[in-house]
Design a protein around this ligand. Structure first.
Ligand code: R5P
Length: 312
């Protein structure tokens, strides 16, 4: 393991430390601070010459700062003669603008991919991309992980009977179907209309949820609007206990308040791809660590072993 070097910015240092613990190595020290006017100042303290370097940095809130830190860290380790640089981006921000679905809009997911590549990344390791075709926005290798095994283990322990997995929108059917298969559960789909980035409306629910335990699975919870709207409708249709499982807890606006105040939601399970709020103050949020998954993937990338066999 001596050739692996793990470096982190300020996005999620706790996750980076957990990954190091799993690998039995120390984090490579790096100063990632600010000059007085706000520019990002980076200095990698440990020697990375010839090393297989993994920079762990989710591009979560503050998105632009964390993204710039990632680019500057990549530049620093390239110039320090790292053998290979993998950008480990457990949560890939700017992914929701992934196609030109209206005139005069950007494709930020592609722009971000270009910038990461131009900064000098050799490869990318990420998890539950908002759209898996974002992998194709990169001309460098992308290893795409899934939180499904980590999340399903949690729900398998609960030994639910009469379980239905619900996709909160048509775009999430593939993911929901994979969960349903793993948990031997039924499948239902919410037909959702998005009125604005903050407001959604449930039009229909396809599938039977009456008297069933339900797990809604989604890649992101941002404002919580999609989740809350869907949960209320599921309850109106007679669902028993309603849980949610989310890969990335963006948790913007008053999402946490909505979660805590919801009488219809039993619990929301979220991975630590993004740092989550204090569990003591948010008892309805259950955090699952993806550090073992990322550590295993890093080990496999380093050893040139298969990643896909972890999932398929
Ligand atoms: C939408 O396509 C995504 O999968 C999520 O459902 C969405 O980003 C969640 O956003 P919000 O929590 O703001 O409704």
């Amino acid at each position: 393991m001596s050739e692996i070097s793990i470096i982190t910015g300020n996005a999620n240092p706790k996750l980076a430390t957990e990954i190091c613990d799993q690998l039995g190595i120390n984090l490579t020290e790096a100063l990632v601070s600010r000059f007085s006017e706000g520019e990002i100042r980076v200095k990698v303290e440990g020697n990375v010459r010839g090393k297989d370097v993994f920079i762990v940095q989710s591009t979560c809130r503050p998105v632009n700062d964390n993204f710039m830190e990632l680019l500057i860290l990549i530049d620093a380790v390239k110039r320090a003669s790292a053998r290979r640089v993998t950008a480990v981006i457990p949560y890939y921000g700017y992914a929701r603008q992934d196609r030109k679905d209206q005139p005069r809009v950007p494709i930020t997911a592609k722009l971000v991919a270009n910038l990461i590549t131009s900064a000098g990344a050799s490869r990318v390791l990420t998890m539950d991309l908002h759209a898996s075709q974002i992998q194709g926005f990169f001309d460098i290798p992308v290893d795409h992980l899934y939180a499904i095994n980590t999340i399903c283990e949690y729900f398998l322990d609960k030994q639910f009977k009469d379980l239905v997995i619900v996709s909160p929108d048509v775009g999430g059917i593939r993911m929901a179907r994979a969960y349903a298969r793993k948990l031997s559960a039924g499948l239902a789909i919410v037909d959702k209309r998005r009125d604005s980035p903050e407001k959604t409306e449930v039009m229909h629910i396809l599938g039977e949820v009456k008297d069933k335990n339900v797990v809604l699975v989604d890649d992101i919870i941002a404002t919580g609007s999609s989740l809350m709207e869907a949960i209320e409708e599921l309850k109106r249709r007679g669902a028993r206990d309603v849980y949610a499982a989310v890969s990335h807890g963006v948790l913007s606006g008053d999402a946490l308040v909505k979660i805590q105040n919801s009488k219809s939601l039993k619990e929301v399970v979220i991975t630590n791809s993004i740092p989550l709020p204090d569990p003591e103050k948010n008892p309805k949020v259950q955090t699952l660590s993806i550090a073992p998954l990322l550590a295993e993937a890093i080990k496999r990338i380093h050893d040139e072993k298969s990643i896909s066999c972890l999932f398929f």
